[in-house]
Design a protein around this ligand. Structure first.
Ligand code: URQ
Ligand code: ZN
Ligand code: ZN
Length: 479
């Protein structure tokens, strides 16, 4: 059925203008004033509201097997919660176990994601290396719509990449025309500091941030940046949480290196005092990596978004309930790392970003949707309000208010890191593939309606090298 969004103000990353938007057959069909409904058209009155590209969360972990348990949110419930908050696409992660064939792991995650109710795609993590990994990366790029490979520089003894894996995988990625992404924490330092903190008798959640200071993240961020620089591969650093990693990104970008930075809504708004809560369940609920930091880092991260040195926002939605977090009751190192947020990202960013004047509405669209679409090569199909684009749209009511709570959220987790936060501005309607899937507080989703989104490779290695040759800096002889 066609849907006509009438009377709204369209907001994209570039422009803001008054226009009606007609959607049909999953696509945006027309954008102009005074559009009239066809017979059997569903009409949404968007008067006084904004019509924006549906959010893209480039960092989620639905039903992730991790640290001896499995994340409580699955692809069906997680994509439904996303739609309730105005996010219409997630990019999740295939994380092969070391020595597991990466194509086998890819197929495993694809099967899990079949039940999604909104569109999704996958970064693929490289957690080990041999010639089969190199070969299978080519299959993933050429045949499976994967253009991004993830590397965990943390989690020693589990999925951590050493420099040999980083160099091999980064080199392979540029050959294939793919981008590399990193969780940048020095896993060796974390391991040593965890042992030291624990041996000092600090066994509770307050030990978690002490074992992962910002310097540990800054070192790894800079190391990943320098390796990418030498090898000439574009780099995307996930969940930057501190000044140190932001400074490394800013320096590289100022020198023209192709480095992108992501920041989580949580890292922008929550500080490390949460780990000193006397209640174990509350403090443990905030255990994720990198940890929430002191307030000076939050202000720096907001400036990173405002300056354009950080380009995307995400949630790292990876849910573990209290009974799962209790695994670390006597040893903070055993607390499953992860927090939620996929339902609240856009509203907390609107309230603390746009309503405070930190971000314009256009910048809000850029950092919640369009930039991720551009970086991961699915723009303008995704992340835009344009004729021919997918009709993934959020109708945003700037006057609507809500108090965020685990008691009322759709997320399948018994805790909300934004518990009690009052926000003004939230989704009144969400359209996925041109269907109204969320309106005035209720979901109307269909299990399995979500589609896997292919993400094509960038220029191949040889194209890139040819371009580089054309713009080669003149040598001393040529001057
Ligand atoms: O490190 C990640 O991104 C995954 C394992 C989620 N957990 C977390 O603490 N960030
Ligand atoms: Zn991570
Ligand atoms: Zn993650």
């Amino acid at each position: 059925m066609a849907v006509l969004i009438k009377g709204g103000t369209v907001v994209t990353a570039e422009h803001t203008w008054r226009a009606d938007v007609l959607c049909d057959e999953g696509k945006i069909q027309a954008i102009r004033e005074n559009l009239e409904p066809l017979p059997k058209t569903e009409v949404i009155d968007a008067g006084g509201q904004y019509v924006m590209p549906g959010g893209i969360d480039p960092h989620t972990h639905m039903q992730l097997p991790f640290m001896g348990t499995v994340a409580s949110e699955d692809f069906e419930s997680g994509t439904a919660a996303a739609l309730a908050g105005g996010t219409t696409m997630i990019i999740d992660f295939v994380i092969p176990s070391p020595q597991q064939n990466i194509l086998e792991a890819y197929n495993q995650w694809r099967a899990w994601a079949e039940k999604s109710v909104a569109d999704y795609s996958f970064h693929v993590a490289i957690t080990w290396w041999d010639d089969t990994v190199a070969a299978d990366m080519k299959t993933l790029v050429r045949e499976k719509g994967v253009n991004s490979f993830k590397h965990f520089m943390a989690y020693k003894g589990a999925i951590m990449c050493d420099d040999e894996i980083l160099v091999n995988s980064f080199s392979r990625a540029i050959e294939l025309g793919a981008i590399v992404t990193c969780h940048a924490e020095n896993g060796e330092l974390v391991y040593r500091l965890q042992q030291k903190i624990f041996d000092m008798g600090i066994t509770g959640p307050e030990g978690h941030p002490l074992s992962r200071p910002p310097e540990v993240e800054g070192e790894a961020a800079n190391r990943a940046i320098r390796i990418a620089e030498v090898l000439g591969v574009p780099l995307y650093l996930v969940h930057n949480s501190c000044k140190q990693s932001l400074e490394a990104i800013t320096r590289a970008r100022n020198e023209g290196q192709r480095v992108y930075g992501e920041v989580l809504a949580g890292h922008l708004l929550i500080d490390d005092s949460v780990y000193r809560d006397k209640d174990f369940d509350t403090a443990a609920a905030y255990v994720m990596s990198p940890p929430f930091r002191s307030q000076e880092h939050q202000e720096a991260l907001w400036r990173g978004l405002q300056s354009g040195n950080l380009q995307t926002t995400a949630t790292d939605h990876c849910c573990f309930c209290a009974d799962q977090k209790a695994a670390g009751k006597d040893d903070f190192r055993m607390i499953p790392n992860g927090t939620a947020g996929v339902e609240n990202r856009m509203e907390v960013l609107w309230h603390h970003g746009v309503s405070t004047g930190r971000l314009t509405m256009n910048e809000f669209v850029a950092v919640t949707s369009s930039n991720a679409a551009k970086i991961f090569n699915i723009f303008p199909r995704k992340g835009s309000i344009a004729v021919g684009a997918d009709a993934d749209i959020v109708v945003w009511d700037p006057e609507a208010t809500k108090t965020i709570s685990a008691k009322t959220h759709m997320q399948k987790i018994d805790f909300n890191i934004f518990e009690g936060m009052e926000v003004k501005g939230c989704a009144s309607h969400t359209l996925s593939q041109g269907n109204v899937v969320f309106s005035n507080g209720s979901l109307k989703v269909e299990r399995g309606a979500g589609r896997y989104v292919d993400r094509p490779p960038y220029a191949t290695y040889y194209d890139a090298m040819t371009k580089r040759a054309e713009h080669k800096k003149p040598t001393a002889v040529e001057r």
